[in-house]
Structures are given as C-alpha cells and as structure tokens.
Write a protein that binds this ligand. Structure first.
Ligand SMILES: Cc1ncc(COP(=O)(O)O)c(C=O)c1O
Length: 444
C-alpha cells in the first residue's frame, strides 16, 4: 500500500516550488525587447522586427507567406475571411478545440458545423466529415489538437472532392510534422497562436501562413483595417476594401518571438525528452493511457493528455468520469500540476446551445443562412468520442523545459503512488459531488 496519500494527510510527492514556469526567458530575449524600446519604433506593418519575424518563420516552416498578427484567434479569423467565407457559409471543424476555432467562423458571419474526434488521436475524425458537407460548406478547419497533426491527407482529399478550402488551426502546432511537412503548410491557409502559454510564446500574437498569393493579400488587408498594405515609402490611401480589423502585433513582442525562435528546436527537444520519458513510464501503469504519436506524425507536444481506463483495473462500480476526477484530485494533492483544458465539446457552449452570437439569433437566422442552418440544434451528446475523452482525461502541465527528468520522475512516482491506493480513490469517487452541466445527462 505504501505511503499515505497527500489527500489523506500524507506527504506530497512533488515539493512545492519545484516546478519552473513557462516561458524560460533569457538575457538575449530581454536584450531583444530592450533594443526595440531603445530604437523607439514600437509598431508598424513593415517595421524591422515584424518583417524579419515573418521571413524567419516562413523559412522555418518552409512556406511562401507569413503574416504576423496579434492573436491566434485573429489569425484564424483572417484565414477564414481570406477564403471568402461570409454570411451563411458553413465551415466544418472539430468538437474538441479551444472555442476560438469556431469563433473565427462566427466572426465572419459563417456557421460552424462540428465533427466528433477519432478516439485514438483526439483529432477531427475524417470518416465523419462528409456527413456534414452540404452546398453551403466552404471549408474544413482541422485543429492540430495538443500539437498532433490531424490526418491531413484524408482531409485534403475530401476537401478536393468537394472544392473546399482547408484552414489549419495550427494554434498549438509550431513544429508539428505530418509525413515530413510542417503544420502551416498542410492546407490552404493556417493560423498559429503566439499566446504566452504556447510553445512559441510572444505574450500574445499569431501567424497566418499560406503558399497562396491571393489568400495572403486578403488576410493582410483583413489585418490592416481592410486596407491594401503599401511599402513604407508609398502613400497610404486609407481606403478599406473589406471589413477589416487592426490585427497588427507590436515590435516588442515580435522581437521576443524572434529571439525565442532561435532556440526553439533546442527547447522542443527537451520537451520531447520529458514526454517520451512519461510515455514510457506512465504507459506501464495499468489503466493509464498515454498520448499517441502515430507513424508519420510528429507532435509539438503543446499539451500532454492522459486518459484513465478504470475498467482495465476491474473498477466498474464508479463511472470513469468520477474515477478520473478522484484520481486527478489525488494527483493534484500530491503536487502534480494538472489541468483539464476544457471539459465538454465546443458545441455545448452557451453561444451554440442558445444560437446567439451577435444578438437577434445571428448568424443562424441571417437571410443567407440555409433553412437547415436556421434549425440546427447543437447538442454536446452528439459527440460521444469527445465526451468519453473528457470523462477520462486531464493534462499534465509541467512537461516543458526547464522542467526536466527530475520533475518527470516525481510525476511518475505520484501516479504510481495514487495507483497503489485505488480503494481509497474509488471511495472518494463515490462521494464526489459531480457537476452535471453541459448536457451531462449520462449516468455518472
Ligand atoms: C486550438 C486553438 N485555437 C485557437 C486558439 C486561439 O489563439 P489565441 O489565444 O492566441 O487567440 C487557441 C489558443 O489558445 C487554441 O488552443
């Protein structure tokens, strides 16, 4: 039975204060930002930092165009608008994502249609996509969730057959590879996030990437109030060609990202070393399922999601969700930083349940929406694989450097300790007061 669980008064496995925070900031990063401030040029669509960052990231993923914007959401919105998606048009995306993927569609007055995930990869299930295609469908937006690429060959094949755009939500996928090619080059256009939590952080920020000249020009106008972007020595005409926004980033953030990008591969190697250690060691624990990296896929490992299968341990008297909550609570008390990162399918969010985005029922009851879209019912229960994944899983946070194998060993130790107290976990699970919101009508 071993030591007493921390949740029952025992000692924590992971001592407080051991976990290092993200991102690790170096003197070079600080100098890069300070140099911008000394130069005194803080913004501009064609200034030094933004221009070089665009060139450097385009070279890093081997894409023709890169546009820096001020968030991943802005990048996706610009990508959606660049593809000409507008009122009544539909875009198919994954039920498992941060809601910004669907929000970018709504922001263009488009209508998101959701598809369940493949249980193994947790990415959009290509087998389910065609069922959601109709004559209003304009694009598929696969999400490379947690940094693992969606199955892009199958998605591109479906898109080609139905003449649809493919907009990659690569928010979590800097450095993600699919069959040797990098995310951001796998569809028609892509949006990345540079939010401070991301593997390539800029505080906030984003990239739009594409090999298509026209898509790039439209995205660039979209990010610059709808205006044409002219070189610095040309006259700005102040004429908006489309509904645009100010999606520009600032020079300080761009300088920081450039500095970080220089050591990105090194940091990714350290992150991967941590993840592969956890996969090896946690994979040995019965009832614990570690994340996959199928042949031909290379994840950026933005997040590390563990799933629990109490049935494999002969535990059937509590629902897997109850079991997971109890196990998660015990690990947390042992000092392991774990988070849920969402807890129900995106179509279960209020904006979809109530079909109310802009007010007055728009965009669903817009004159351009189809009758079917007007009557669409979003129900989280329609996504059983996503629900099951949420029931069973949580993410282990400190996989990033400078946390190293010492921290990973403690995480494994905590998992083993909790796994050695399953009777207590089950007892605790039975007594848990579980939230029943968001269509959780199933037995728990
Ligand atoms: C999958 C996904 N899409 C889109 C976004 C939006 O990015 P941002 O927060 O930079 O707007 C995020 C960020 O959290 C994300 O994880």
């Amino acid at each position: 039975m071993g030591e007493k669980l921390a949740m029952n008064g025992g000692e924590k496995v992971v001592p407080e204060g051991l976990e290092k925070s993200w991102p690790p900031i170096t003197q070079d990063d600080i100098d890069a930002v300070v140099n911008v401030m000394k130069r005194g040029v803080l913004w501009g669509p064609m200034e030094e930092e933004v221009t070089k960052l665009q060139e450097e990231f385009a070279a890093y993923i081997n894409v023709k165009h890169c546009l820096v914007v001020n968030s991943g959401t802005a990048a996706l919105h610009a990508g959606v608008v660049a593809c000409g998606i507008g009122p009544g048009d539909e875009v198919i995306t994954s039920a498992f994502s941060f809601w910004a993927s669907a929000q970018a569609v709504l922001a263009a007055n488009g209508i998101p249609r959701f598809v369940d995930i493949e249980p193994e990869t947790m990415n959009i299930d290509p087998c389910e996509i065609e069922k959601k295609i109709n004559d209003k469908t304009k694009a598929i937006m696969p999400v490379h969730v947690h940094g693992l690429s969606a199955d892009m060959d199958r998605i591109n094949e479906i898109a080609k057959k139905h003449s649809l755009y493919v907009i990659e939500d690569a928010a979590q996928a800097v450095g993600t590879k699919y069959k040797g090619k990098l995310a951001g080059t796998l569809g028609d256009i892509a949006g990345f996030s540079l939010n401070g939590s991301k593997n390539l952080p800029g505080g906030e920020g984003g990239f739009v990437t594409t090999n298509d000249d026209d898509l790039f020009e439209r995205a660039r106008m979209m990010a610059m109030f709808g205006e044409k972007v002219v070189p610095k020595d040309h006259i700005r005409v102040y004429d908006a060609y489309l509904m645009g926004f100010n999606y520009r980033n600032n020079e300080m953030s761009d300088a920081f990202v450039r500095s970080f990008l220089r050591r990105y591969d090194k940091l990714q190697d350290l992150r991967k070393k941590n993840v592969y250690f956890l996969n090896e060691e946690l994979g040995k624990i019965k009832g614990v399922k570690v994340p996959l990296e199928p042949e031909g896929f290379e994840s950026s490992w933005h997040l590390y999601r563990i799933r629990l299968y109490p049935e494999e341990l002969g535990i059937t008297e509590v629902h897997p969700k109850r079991f997971r909550h109890a196990f998660q609570k015990a690990l947390f008390e042992e000092g392991v930083n774990i988070r849920e990162w969402h807890s129900f399918p995106v179509p279960g969010q209020k904006v979809f349940l109530e079909k109310e985005a802009y007010g007055k029922g728009c965009p669903w009851n817009c004159g351009h929406a189809s009758e079917e879209a007007k009557n669409i019912v979003y129900d989280p229960m329609d996504y059983p694989n996503t629900l099951d994944m949420f029931d069973r899983s949580f993410t282990v946070i400190p996989i990033y450097p400078p946390n190293g194998l010492e921290m990973m060993e403690l995480i494994v130790k905590a998992f083993n300790k909790v796994s050695g107290h399953l009777d207590e976990i089950v007892d605790f699970a039975k007594k848990l007061d579980m939230p029943k919101e968001h269509g959780e009508k199933r037995e728990i």
